[in-house]
Design a protein around this ligand. Sequence first.
Ligand SMILES: [Zn+2]
Length: 558
Amino acid sequence: MENGLSRRTFLGACAGTGASVLLGGCSSSLFTSRPSLDLVILHGVVIDGTGSPEQRLDVGIRNGAIVAVGDLTAATAIRTIDATGLKVVPGFIDIHSHTDLDLLKNPFAPSKVRQGVTTEVTGQDGDSVAPIGGAGEEEMLRSFRENYGFECPYRTMEGFFSLLAHKGTAQNMASLVGLGTLRAVAVGFDDRPATPEELHAMRRAALQAIDEGCMGGSTGLEYTPGSFASETELAGLMGALPLEHRLYATHMRNEDNRLLDAIREAIGIAKASGARLQVSHLKAQNKINWPKQEVALALLNDAIASGIDVHADRYPYVAFNTGLTNLFPLWARDGGTERFLDRLKDPALTSRLRAEVQTKVDGLGSWDAVLLSSVKLEANKKYQGKTIQQIMHDEGVDPYEFVVTLQLSERGEVGMVGFGMDEPGTEMVLAWKNTMIASDAGPHAPGDGSWPHPRSYGTFPRAIAHYQRTRKVTTLPDMIRKMTSLPAGKLGLKNRGVITPGAAADIVMFDYDAIADRATFTDPHQFPAGIPFVLVNGVPVVENGGQTTATPGMILRA
Ligand SMILES: [Zn+2]
């Protein structure tokens, strides 16, 4: 599905000087009327994505690909972008993204595009948009209909990719297959081991998803039904995938009190299956666990030393974002949404549930560390952006009862932000050599009625502006590497994530002094500053700081 360079297009005037590198031969030609390049970026400073130091270079683009890098001041081009004062870097690859079905509402994904994300890798946390089937099929189809206003036209990843390609997207899209999704289809939502027949069905479905273009598998072991899968089951499933697509991205079984056990399990699955490990949003949650961050990194370094391919991803914030259901114990969520809601209503379970939720909140510190993000019902929108502590104070409600009422009215679909991490641990993770920057977020747009975590708008500019420029956790070329060639390599994307002749022309231009995230927890719908141009496959999707209506994105398949 990638753009190839057509030989015909080389029949233009020869571009560049001796200093430039031009891909392919350049035939002298009579057809001098057509400029040799579609677009040339002049006078910028290139950081090529590999971690190499910056260089003053121009970049020539034709047919969606970078064809020349060097001194191109003499080249002819249909269009010129003057990048004086700007860094010119590869487009950001968001390797842990939740951009998928929302594109059916808004294919421009403004919060992501405006921060320079040119490729989204979705299907994370064990959850992909397909396959659809089994016990959860009806609920999934109903939710699709309610959210998007039409009947879900697909059941497979191939169907989803086709739908997106048909609609058009601003960014390139790639996906993993969710092993939780496969379990939902084959086993359902019960807490029990899969039978041999079910295991076989999951293996077949995983292989089909890879065949349809998925780049690996993901798990969400704090979510249902993914959490009901054992280490052995997961290793067996991953081991069944073709070696080159055996990328195992895991939202681990625990990120607080049992963080280190969870890291060991993730390493164990990679070791047993031969998979390349990617620990999703690596972090140590809750104050009592902050010292474990260093130990977790040491365990990952040991795994690397033993020959396992290990990376992590992380968003540059000290608060996480998840479903409010996660405050509730797993046993309460066994069996799916309906049974969860029934248990909330069961007076016989109230005191036990209340105590377990309170323990979870105590771990975070207090109800002040729990901020409500997205809700669906208009009547509940007033709570978005407020902490439970604030709501308790304003309305005089009991926090547990309030949370239960909210869950029941929203049918379990409430988003929360939890302030659970520390700055030193966050910096330690971001600085680690194998950490990739990722948003863990879906796309949003101002006025869409949501209350997103600010990472949806600010992840990449914040990593550069705050953690690199101000806090100096690493060098600028290395920070760019964490957003570009590192994720490209992990995914096996051969022609993205670098600025070099032959690579796809996914490019971000930013002003290093001016770049800044502006979205906050209390004012999340704010685009970043200092990113005037973003190109996807050679086409500007951000121009002079505003988004265009172009949809040059491609589906990237394994
Ligand atoms: Zn996750």
